[in-house]
Ligand binder design. Structure first.
Ligand SMILES: [Zn+2]
Length: 153
């Protein structure tokens, strides 16, 4: 993992994956607010009209299981795993709190923003927003079967 990827870690605002989603939503005509501090977890993107929030999660920091962007470091392994586990626990707590307050919560994983072109990715997000699910996940896997994945070894 590069230093810049580390720096773009947990809690960072305006990361590249986040900008990809914002740009796509904007082109599709969605209106949103960013990083609303009054909501649990300060969601990256808030769409009040859809009673929805979107988190764009880095695959490493949020421990995206089975993802090619989530590789457990070979040094300080326990330290990193503990850190990632804490993030996962926090993510689950934040999601539960938001849903208790009537928000729908969509998680878009970094891998989707890196590998899926803007239009199909934004279409997937728009479809979810138009639906009625309370929680959702969009990742690279939704677009490419595992055998087609380029492994970033
Ligand atoms: Zn991923």
């Amino acid at each position: 993992m590069t230093r810049s990827a580390m720096m773009a870690g947990i809690g960072s605002k305006n990361t590249k994956p986040e900008l990809v989603i914002r740009k796509g939503l904007h082109k599709f005509g969605f209106r949103y607010r960013l990083h609303r501090k009054d909501l649990p977890g300060k969601p990256d993107i808030v769409l009040p009209k859809y009673q929805s929030v979107i988190f764009v999660h880095g695959c490493f920091w949020h421990g995206h299981e089975g993802c090619s962007f989530f590789k457990v470091p070979k040094t300080n392994t326990e330290f990193w795993l503990a850190k990632i586990r804490r993030n996962q626990v926090r993510d689950a707590e934040v999601q539960a709190k938001l849903m208790e307050s009537g928000w729908r919560v969509l998680t878009v994983w970094e891998c989707a923003t890196r590998r899926v072109p803007e239009v199909p990715l934004t279409t997937e997000v728009a479809d979810w927003l138009a639906g009625s699910d309370y929680a959702g996940n969009i990742s690279e896997r939704d677009f490419f079967p595992p055998t087609d994945r380029i492994d970033a070894q």
